[in-house]
Design a protein around this ligand. Structure first.
Ligand SMILES: Nc1nc2c(ncn2[C@@H]2O[C@H](COP(=O)(O)OP(=O)(O)OP(=O)(O)O)[C@@H](O)[C@H]2O)c(=O)[nH]1
Ligand SMILES: [Mg+2]
Length: 286
Protein backbone atom coordinates (compact mmCIF):
# COMPACT_ATOMS: atom_id res chain seq x y z
CA UNK A 1 0.00 0.00 0.00
CA UNK A 2 1.26 3.47 -0.90
CA UNK A 3 -0.25 6.63 0.50
CA UNK A 4 0.42 10.29 0.99
CA UNK A 5 -0.44 13.92 0.47
CA UNK A 6 -0.14 16.15 -2.58
CA UNK A 7 -0.94 19.86 -2.09
CA UNK A 8 -2.15 22.15 -4.86
CA UNK A 9 -0.45 25.50 -5.35
CA UNK A 10 -1.44 28.22 -7.78
CA UNK A 11 -2.88 31.66 -8.27
CA UNK A 12 -6.58 32.16 -7.52
CA UNK A 13 -8.94 30.98 -10.26
CA UNK A 14 -6.53 28.72 -12.18
CA UNK A 15 -8.77 25.72 -11.47
CA UNK A 16 -7.21 24.01 -8.43
CA UNK A 17 -10.53 23.03 -6.87
CA UNK A 18 -12.01 21.91 -10.20
CA UNK A 19 -8.92 19.76 -10.67
CA UNK A 20 -9.24 18.22 -7.19
CA UNK A 21 -12.83 17.33 -8.04
CA UNK A 22 -11.75 15.79 -11.35
CA UNK A 23 -8.90 13.82 -9.77
CA UNK A 24 -11.24 12.51 -7.07
CA UNK A 25 -14.13 11.92 -9.47
CA UNK A 26 -16.61 13.64 -7.16
CA UNK A 27 -17.53 17.00 -5.77
CA UNK A 28 -15.09 17.74 -2.99
CA UNK A 29 -14.50 21.47 -3.21
CA UNK A 30 -16.73 24.30 -4.36
CA UNK A 31 -15.78 26.14 -7.50
CA UNK A 32 -16.59 29.56 -8.93
CA UNK A 33 -15.49 31.95 -11.62
CA UNK A 34 -14.56 34.49 -8.91
CA UNK A 35 -11.01 34.45 -7.51
CA UNK A 36 -10.47 33.51 -3.83
CA UNK A 37 -13.24 30.94 -3.74
CA UNK A 38 -11.35 28.44 -1.60
CA UNK A 39 -10.72 29.72 1.91
CA UNK A 40 -9.98 26.51 3.83
CA UNK A 41 -7.66 23.56 3.44
CA UNK A 42 -9.85 20.81 2.02
CA UNK A 43 -8.71 17.26 1.37
CA UNK A 44 -10.05 15.06 -1.38
CA UNK A 45 -9.21 11.38 -1.41
CA UNK A 46 -8.48 9.43 -4.58
CA UNK A 47 -8.22 5.67 -4.18
CA UNK A 48 -6.61 3.52 -6.82
CA UNK A 49 -4.91 0.19 -7.35
CA UNK A 50 -2.76 -0.15 -4.20
CA UNK A 51 -2.73 3.51 -3.25
CA UNK A 52 -4.59 6.22 -1.39
CA UNK A 53 -3.78 9.70 -2.69
CA UNK A 54 -4.88 12.66 -0.55
CA UNK A 55 -5.19 15.86 -2.58
CA UNK A 56 -4.94 18.97 -0.46
CA UNK A 57 -6.85 21.85 -2.02
CA UNK A 58 -5.70 25.24 -0.77
CA UNK A 59 -6.59 28.90 -1.26
CA UNK A 60 -4.80 30.61 -4.13
CA UNK A 61 -1.62 32.60 -3.48
CA UNK A 62 -2.39 36.28 -2.99
CA UNK A 63 -1.21 39.32 -1.12
CA UNK A 64 -3.00 39.40 2.26
CA UNK A 65 -5.28 42.39 2.70
CA UNK A 66 -7.09 41.72 5.97
CA UNK A 67 -7.25 39.08 8.73
CA UNK A 68 -9.30 36.77 6.48
CA UNK A 69 -6.78 36.75 3.62
CA UNK A 70 -3.88 36.64 6.12
CA UNK A 71 -5.35 33.45 7.54
CA UNK A 72 -5.89 32.06 4.07
CA UNK A 73 -2.21 32.62 3.28
CA UNK A 74 -1.19 30.92 6.54
CA UNK A 75 -3.34 27.99 5.43
CA UNK A 76 -1.38 27.91 2.16
CA UNK A 77 1.97 27.97 4.00
CA UNK A 78 0.96 25.21 6.38
CA UNK A 79 -0.63 23.19 3.59
CA UNK A 80 2.55 23.17 1.54
CA UNK A 81 4.68 21.92 4.44
CA UNK A 82 5.13 18.20 4.99
CA UNK A 83 3.64 16.89 1.78
CA UNK A 84 4.84 14.15 -0.54
CA UNK A 85 4.37 16.26 -3.61
CA UNK A 86 3.24 19.67 -4.83
CA UNK A 87 0.93 20.05 -7.79
CA UNK A 88 1.62 23.48 -9.28
CA UNK A 89 -1.44 24.51 -11.27
CA UNK A 90 -1.24 27.08 -14.06
CA UNK A 91 -3.87 28.31 -16.47
CA UNK A 92 -2.95 27.36 -20.05
CA UNK A 93 -4.88 30.29 -21.48
CA UNK A 94 -2.78 32.92 -19.69
CA UNK A 95 0.93 33.57 -20.12
CA UNK A 96 2.82 32.80 -16.89
CA UNK A 97 3.17 36.14 -15.08
CA UNK A 98 4.77 37.49 -11.89
CA UNK A 99 2.06 35.81 -9.77
CA UNK A 100 2.80 32.40 -11.26
CA UNK A 101 6.55 32.91 -10.85
CA UNK A 102 6.00 33.81 -7.21
CA UNK A 103 3.96 30.66 -6.61
CA UNK A 104 6.49 28.57 -8.53
CA UNK A 105 9.38 29.87 -6.39
CA UNK A 106 7.47 28.82 -3.29
CA UNK A 107 6.57 25.43 -4.73
CA UNK A 108 10.14 24.66 -5.79
CA UNK A 109 11.61 25.96 -2.51
CA UNK A 110 10.33 22.92 -0.61
CA UNK A 111 11.87 19.47 -0.69
CA UNK A 112 8.84 17.72 -2.20
CA UNK A 113 8.82 16.99 -5.94
CA UNK A 114 6.76 19.38 -8.06
CA UNK A 115 4.42 18.27 -10.82
CA UNK A 116 3.01 20.99 -13.06
CA UNK A 117 -0.57 20.85 -14.32
CA UNK A 118 -1.21 23.16 -17.23
CA UNK A 119 -4.97 23.43 -16.84
CA UNK A 120 -7.77 24.70 -19.11
CA UNK A 121 -6.22 23.24 -22.26
CA UNK A 122 -9.77 22.98 -23.66
CA UNK A 123 -9.45 26.70 -24.36
CA UNK A 124 -6.45 26.28 -26.67
CA UNK A 125 -5.41 24.51 -29.86
CA UNK A 126 -2.48 22.04 -29.97
CA UNK A 127 0.04 24.60 -31.28
CA UNK A 128 -0.83 27.08 -28.54
CA UNK A 129 -0.58 24.35 -25.92
CA UNK A 130 2.90 23.45 -27.14
CA UNK A 131 3.97 27.10 -26.88
CA UNK A 132 2.62 27.36 -23.36
CA UNK A 133 4.40 24.17 -22.31
CA UNK A 134 7.66 25.76 -23.39
CA UNK A 135 6.99 28.95 -21.43
CA UNK A 136 5.93 27.08 -18.33
CA UNK A 137 8.86 24.68 -18.45
CA UNK A 138 11.20 27.51 -17.45
CA UNK A 139 9.55 27.96 -14.07
CA UNK A 140 11.63 25.36 -12.25
CA UNK A 141 12.95 21.83 -12.03
CA UNK A 142 9.68 19.91 -12.19
CA UNK A 143 9.16 16.15 -12.03
CA UNK A 144 6.58 16.11 -14.81
CA UNK A 145 4.36 18.48 -16.74
CA UNK A 146 0.82 17.52 -17.67
CA UNK A 147 -1.50 19.50 -19.92
CA UNK A 148 -4.99 18.85 -18.59
CA UNK A 149 -8.53 20.07 -18.68
CA UNK A 150 -10.20 19.73 -15.30
CA UNK A 151 -13.42 20.67 -17.05
CA UNK A 152 -13.45 17.95 -19.73
CA UNK A 153 -11.28 15.44 -17.85
CA UNK A 154 -8.68 15.41 -20.60
CA UNK A 155 -5.31 14.27 -19.24
CA UNK A 156 -6.61 13.85 -15.70
CA UNK A 157 -6.13 10.07 -15.46
CA UNK A 158 -2.48 10.34 -16.54
CA UNK A 159 -1.93 13.12 -14.01
CA UNK A 160 -3.49 10.99 -11.25
CA UNK A 161 -1.12 8.11 -12.10
CA UNK A 162 1.83 10.51 -12.02
CA UNK A 163 0.85 11.79 -8.57
CA UNK A 164 0.21 8.27 -7.26
CA UNK A 165 3.74 7.36 -8.32
CA UNK A 166 5.11 10.02 -5.92
CA UNK A 167 3.60 8.31 -2.89
CA UNK A 168 5.76 6.41 -0.43
CA UNK A 169 4.73 3.18 1.21
CA UNK A 170 2.30 3.91 4.00
CA UNK A 171 -1.02 3.19 5.63
CA UNK A 172 -4.44 4.44 4.58
CA UNK A 173 -4.81 7.82 6.26
CA UNK A 174 -8.58 7.76 5.75
CA UNK A 175 -11.02 4.84 5.93
CA UNK A 176 -11.56 3.00 2.67
CA UNK A 177 -14.30 4.71 0.65
CA UNK A 178 -13.89 8.11 2.37
CA UNK A 179 -13.94 10.98 -0.10
CA UNK A 180 -13.03 14.01 1.99
CA UNK A 181 -12.00 15.17 5.46
CA UNK A 182 -14.60 17.95 5.64
CA UNK A 183 -17.31 17.81 8.32
CA UNK A 184 -20.81 17.54 6.90
CA UNK A 185 -21.91 20.92 8.26
CA UNK A 186 -19.03 22.68 6.57
CA UNK A 187 -19.87 21.05 3.24
CA UNK A 188 -23.49 22.17 3.53
CA UNK A 189 -22.43 25.77 4.25
CA UNK A 190 -20.01 25.66 1.31
CA UNK A 191 -22.73 24.50 -1.08
CA UNK A 192 -24.79 27.54 -0.09
CA UNK A 193 -21.76 29.82 -0.48
CA UNK A 194 -21.06 28.38 -3.93
CA UNK A 195 -24.50 29.42 -5.14
CA UNK A 196 -24.20 32.82 -3.49
CA UNK A 197 -20.90 33.35 -5.35
CA UNK A 198 -22.51 32.25 -8.57
CA UNK A 199 -25.28 34.82 -8.27
CA UNK A 200 -23.25 37.85 -7.16
CA UNK A 201 -20.51 39.97 -8.69
CA UNK A 202 -17.67 42.41 -8.09
CA UNK A 203 -16.88 42.95 -4.41
CA UNK A 204 -19.92 41.08 -3.09
CA UNK A 205 -18.59 37.49 -3.38
CA UNK A 206 -15.59 38.42 -1.24
CA UNK A 207 -17.85 39.88 1.44
CA UNK A 208 -19.98 36.73 1.73
CA UNK A 209 -19.62 33.94 4.22
CA UNK A 210 -22.13 31.33 5.29
CA UNK A 211 -22.78 30.22 8.82
CA UNK A 212 -24.73 27.01 9.36
CA UNK A 213 -27.24 27.37 12.18
CA UNK A 214 -29.11 24.10 12.16
CA UNK A 215 -28.52 20.79 10.48
CA UNK A 216 -31.63 18.87 11.43
CA UNK A 217 -33.25 15.72 10.14
CA UNK A 218 -35.70 17.70 8.02
CA UNK A 219 -34.60 21.30 8.33
CA UNK A 220 -31.37 23.05 7.42
CA UNK A 221 -30.94 26.67 8.46
CA UNK A 222 -28.07 28.89 7.40
CA UNK A 223 -27.22 32.57 7.43
CA UNK A 224 -25.52 34.29 4.56
CA UNK A 225 -23.39 36.98 6.16
CA UNK A 226 -22.37 40.15 4.34
CA UNK A 227 -20.63 43.29 5.55
CA UNK A 228 -22.98 46.12 4.58
CA UNK A 229 -26.68 46.92 4.10
CA UNK A 230 -26.02 47.54 0.39
CA UNK A 231 -24.56 44.04 0.01
CA UNK A 232 -27.51 42.63 1.91
CA UNK A 233 -29.92 44.25 -0.55
CA UNK A 234 -27.99 42.65 -3.42
CA UNK A 235 -27.95 39.17 -1.89
CA UNK A 236 -31.63 39.37 -0.91
CA UNK A 237 -32.49 40.68 -4.37
CA UNK A 238 -35.64 42.33 -5.62
CA UNK A 239 -38.52 40.97 -3.55
CA UNK A 240 -36.20 38.25 -2.17
CA UNK A 241 -35.51 36.87 -5.63
CA UNK A 242 -31.77 36.32 -5.29
CA UNK A 243 -31.71 34.61 -1.91
CA UNK A 244 -34.60 32.43 -3.04
CA UNK A 245 -32.63 31.45 -6.15
CA UNK A 246 -29.57 30.64 -4.00
CA UNK A 247 -31.78 28.27 -2.01
CA UNK A 248 -33.37 26.71 -5.09
CA UNK A 249 -29.95 25.94 -6.56
CA UNK A 250 -28.29 24.79 -3.34
CA UNK A 251 -31.03 22.54 -2.02
CA UNK A 252 -30.78 19.61 -4.49
CA UNK A 253 -27.05 19.33 -3.88
CA UNK A 254 -27.52 19.48 -0.12
CA UNK A 255 -30.21 16.78 -0.33
CA UNK A 256 -27.89 14.66 -2.43
CA UNK A 257 -25.11 15.10 0.13
CA UNK A 258 -27.37 14.34 3.10
CA UNK A 259 -29.27 11.66 1.21
CA UNK A 260 -32.64 12.96 2.43
CA UNK A 261 -35.09 15.71 1.54
CA UNK A 262 -34.80 18.87 3.65
CA UNK A 263 -36.31 22.32 4.02
CA UNK A 264 -33.59 24.87 3.45
CA UNK A 265 -34.07 28.16 5.27
CA UNK A 266 -31.69 30.94 4.36
CA UNK A 267 -31.40 34.37 5.89
CA UNK A 268 -29.15 37.25 4.94
CA UNK A 269 -27.55 39.13 7.80
CA UNK A 270 -25.23 42.10 8.02
CA UNK A 271 -22.14 41.47 10.11
CA UNK A 272 -20.01 44.60 9.71
CA UNK A 273 -16.34 43.89 9.06
CA UNK A 274 -16.69 40.14 9.64
CA UNK A 275 -13.48 39.62 7.67
CA UNK A 276 -11.69 41.33 10.58
CA UNK A 277 -13.65 39.60 13.35
CA UNK A 278 -11.15 37.12 14.73
CA UNK A 279 -13.70 35.29 16.90
CA UNK A 280 -16.02 34.75 13.94
CA UNK A 281 -13.11 33.69 11.70
CA UNK A 282 -12.17 31.09 14.33
CA UNK A 283 -15.74 29.86 14.44
CA UNK A 284 -15.72 29.52 10.65
CA UNK A 285 -12.57 27.42 10.94
CA UNK A 286 -10.39 30.07 9.31
N1 LIG B 1 -12.44 26.14 -19.56
C1 LIG B 1 -12.03 25.65 -18.39
N2 LIG B 1 -12.38 26.25 -17.24
C2 LIG B 1 -11.95 25.72 -16.08
C3 LIG B 1 -11.16 24.54 -16.02
N3 LIG B 1 -10.89 24.28 -14.73
C4 LIG B 1 -11.49 25.24 -14.01
N4 LIG B 1 -12.15 26.10 -14.81
C5 LIG B 1 -12.94 27.28 -14.40
O1 LIG B 1 -12.07 28.21 -13.77
C6 LIG B 1 -12.77 28.90 -12.72
C7 LIG B 1 -12.02 28.77 -11.40
O2 LIG B 1 -12.05 27.42 -10.98
P1 LIG B 1 -11.71 27.00 -9.48
O3 LIG B 1 -11.52 25.53 -9.47
O4 LIG B 1 -12.68 27.60 -8.52
O5 LIG B 1 -10.28 27.73 -9.30
P2 LIG B 1 -9.32 27.74 -8.02
O6 LIG B 1 -7.92 27.71 -8.53
O7 LIG B 1 -9.70 26.68 -7.05
O8 LIG B 1 -9.63 29.19 -7.42
P3 LIG B 1 -9.46 29.73 -5.90
O9 LIG B 1 -10.14 28.77 -4.99
O10 LIG B 1 -10.13 31.04 -5.95
O11 LIG B 1 -7.98 29.84 -5.66
C8 LIG B 1 -14.18 28.29 -12.68
O12 LIG B 1 -15.04 29.12 -13.43
C9 LIG B 1 -13.98 26.94 -13.35
O13 LIG B 1 -15.15 26.44 -13.96
C10 LIG B 1 -10.82 23.91 -17.27
O14 LIG B 1 -10.13 22.89 -17.34
N5 LIG B 1 -11.29 24.51 -18.40
MG1 LIG C 1 -10.37 26.79 -5.15
Amino acid sequence: MRSGFVALAGRPNVGKSTLVNALCAGKIAIVSDKPQTTRHRVSGIAEGEGYQLVLVDLPGFQRPLDPLTERMQRTVDRGLADVDGVLLVLAADERPGPGDRFVARRAFAGSAPVVIALNKTDRLGPAEIAEQIERVAGLGDFRALHPVSARTGDGVAALRDELAALLPEGPRYFPEGATTDQPLGFRVAELVRERALELTREEVPHAITVELEELGERRVRASVLVETEAQKRIVVGHGGRTIREIGIRARPEIECLLDRPVFLELRVKVRPRWRRDRALLERLGL
